[in-house]
Ligand binder design. Structure first.
Ligand code: ZN
Length: 284
């Protein structure tokens, strides 16, 4: 098992902008890359004044193209270090902290943080779930409110699906209606799987959709019924909420999905956290 990347390892790998750019170049084109224009292999070299590589024939390639660094004036070293910071904390990195550590403005730090969260979601992907799964909704932000929020409350709803012993997947949804929840299950959980939920009525429809369904009645303080419980997902919710509360004062609806993506990525790599950085810098 590879060891955790220390800060010394990090700076040895990415000492300057050219090293970061070279990493992107190797990742995207590699040493055996034939020039798209003249067809000659292995002739590309870094241009002195631009973040680009050139072939002897004069053809340029831009390793930052189509990455989150594309339109950024922030040096690549700062980006890579920010990614490193995200992989060395359990509870996420507030923009304020990035601002301080990188010496960039708050809006820049904020934008970087959200692009990195999106990148975590992209890297994590959306594997399909199966076997024994749990599904549950939770409410984030807004004023305290008991029960299911209806119209007029400002709580946001996140829907979660989790394969026991496997991955978690979340979606920010408009409400807890059948139409808002069940299509996500149909899209992401294999038919024939077993799904444990709480007593919320919309889940009663699951057997008709081809799933084994079992519910526990939280309103009657029933937490486990045979193999059925939603404890794994409850554990994920409490980590997500604790982290959001601890790290971020306020989370707007616009950005909630990014926070969820970040914590999905963390959860899904929970057995090999030392792989987080590597996975992130290998997926551009
Ligand atoms: Zn060429």
């Amino acid at each position: 098992m590879p060891k955790t990347l220390t800060i010394q390892d990090f700076f040895k790998m990415f000492p300057d902008n050219d090293a970061c750019l070279e990493h992107l170049f190797q990742l995207r084109y590699g040493a055996e890359f034939p020039c798209p224009k003249c067809g000659v292999i292995g002739t590309f070299r870094k241009l002195a004044k631009h973040p680009a590589y050139t072939c002897n024939c004069g053809h340029h390639v831009h390793p930052m193209q189509n990455t989150m660094f594309r339109d950024s004036h922030t040096p690549l070293t700062k980006w890579f270090y920010a990614i490193y910071l995200f992989t060395t904390t359990r509870h996420g990195v507030p923009a304020k902290e990035l601002q301080r550590q990188l010496g960039v403005s708050y809006p820049t730090a904020f934008r970087m943080a959200h692009l990195i969260r999106k990148h975590m979601g992209f890297t994590d992907g959306d594997p399909s779930l199966g076997g024994h799964c749990e599904a549950d909704e939770t409410f984030i932000g807004g004023r305290q409110h008991t029960g299911r929020p209806g119209r007029g409350t400002n709580k946001m709803v996140v829907f979660g699906m989790l394969e026991r012993g496997g991955d978690v997947m979340t979606r920010v949804v408009p409400d807890v209606s059948r139409a808002s929840l069940l299509p996500h299950i149909q899209r992401n959980i294999e038919k024939g799987s077993t799904i444990s939920t709480d007593q919320w009525l919309v889940y009663d429809k699951l057997p008709e959709l081809g799933y084994e369904h079992g519910a526990v009645d939280h309103s009657r303080e029933e937490w486990v019924r045979g193999p059925h419980h939603t404890n794994s997902l409850e554990g994920f919710w409490s980590m997500l909420k604790r982290s959001i509360r601890g790290t971020h004062v306020h989370v707007s609806r616009k950005y909630l999905a990014n926070y969820c993506r970040e914590f999905e990525f963390r959860y899904n790599l929970r057995h090999s956290p030392q792989m987080m950085f590597q996975r992130l810098v290998e997926n551009f």
